[in-house]
Design a protein around this ligand. Sequence first.
Ligand code: FAD
Ligand code: DLZ
Ligand code: SF4
Length: 507
Amino acid sequence: MALILVLGDQLSPGLAALRLADRATDRVVMAEVAAETDYVPHHPKKIALIFAAMRKFAARLQDQGWTVDYTRLDDPGNAGSIPGELLRRAEATGATRVLATRPGEWRLVRALEELPLRVEILEDDRFIASHADFDAWAEGRKELRMEWFYREMRRRTGLLMQGDKPVGGKWNFDHDNRKPAQADLFMPRPVEIAPDAVTAEVLDLVEARFPKNFGRLRPFALATTPEEAERVFAGFLRHALPRFGDFQDAMLAGEKYLYHSLISSSLNIGLLDPLEVCRRAEAEHTAGRAPLNAVEGFIRQILGWREYVRGIYFREGPDYPRRNALNHRRGLPPLYWGAPTRMACLGAAVAQTRDEAYAHHIQRLMLTGNFALLAGVDPAEVHEWYLSVYADAFEWVEAPNTVGMSQFADGGLLGSKPYVSSGNYINRMSDYCGGCAYRVQDRSGPDACPFNLLYWQFLDRHRDRFAANPRMGNIYRTWDRMDETHRATVLAEAGAFLDRLSKGDPV
Ligand code: FAD
Ligand code: DLZ
Ligand code: SF4
């Protein structure tokens, strides 16, 4: 008899450990534990999502004839951690063997390996590429660029392929995908999911147990079953996918979701299957309901980025989230936890994060990520924030995005140049600046947009690292051509801004 471990983000009926288990004799172990709720201060919506989805998944397993030892957070005797719960269940049942599916964070992989039980850790094959596939692709390459990996995945899966050529003659239609959006009456609205009795009970528990965690618990509308996730995805395919490409990088005040799919938390906890999602998006193109730039852009996020960052996380090893190539040391400014700010764009991104445990990619990358990088915030603190506040955040996907893509803390493994911008980019891609106390047009002076000041100060302080980068030479030449007095003013004002940030003054 074996104990079959199912973690809170492993809620897939076809999970490797369940496939290998014997329903008649083995026992499934699932546990709500303090070690998982507390290793970072998760958003209450994220904890509620995991608990509600776990409870519903356990009930289905039981209906299908599995024996499930389910521990609720408040159960007396709760050992408080996953290894502790496995030991407790092993003692109670006499089991000596554990069958697990590889967890998505190194911390838990290590904890399972150290258990004084016979633990078999199976590969998590709910992904399109296996670790061996990724390593075979990465082996011997000087640069691990996503675009090359993505093309390989297109060839392997046949997605959007015509023989050995990409459909439409191009691999990537990003060039068409950079349009700013305008609010209109036809903006798609996310499918409404109403909490059922199980979710309602979990919401009460989370409210009582995590009153101090950053984030609004209610209203709660995240999908917690495969059927709910399917409704959200079907709504996206029908109403938003056709314009997903055009407005992928756009941001609008008051429009939290634009044309995004909102399926990341469902994919990451196992309610949706990534390959199936890609095939269904492809079918929308084949049927003439969605243009190629939208469908290719969407598929690239999942078949490309999602698979690629997972490969990087496990290939790079447990120290990856602690990398700090730019030696940034600043503490995370209080505005990330909701302290008032005069910066309209950051205020909106943080408020939306607080309310929904969601922000879309460009908000994460070019608002909160960009600002932290420009201000020199310690990437470990940035990483902890992202891991805490988003419902879809698990280290395998969050750390490469934050530490690598957004903070350049891996020294350029993920991106050949840092994702930094002045206010100009934010103004082009959003309508935040119109309602801001700062002036995006001002390059210096008392009301100058802080992104304008910090952008040049960042480039100046990291000149040794970036000036020789062929993709950045032009930017340095522009800076060097600016009037010397202006450059000195910008650096002095950026320094003063950073001093205010250090003192905890509102900015
Ligand atoms: P859509 O825009 O509709 O995209 C479709 C799907 O593509 C997403 O559901 C997601 O599964 C996948 N995807 C898109 N971009 C990425 C990416 N860069 N990496 C991996 N998958 C991607 N995504 C997470 O799932 N968890 C995280 O913890 C996470 N942290 C991030 C941190 C930072 C700093 C940045 C810049 C990005 C992060 N992302 C993360 C990627 C991306 O922002 C989210 O996947 C996306 O915003 C989720 O919203 P959506 O489902 O509406 O996505
Ligand atoms: C995120 C999370 C939370 C908040 N709580 C639990 C839990 O109580 N029990 C559990 O099995 N999983 C939980 N999770 C998800 C795990 O943290 C996740 O499986 C690991 O971080 C690996 O990705
Ligand atoms: Fe953000 Fe600057 Fe625009 Fe204000 S002016 S919203 S700080 S980019």
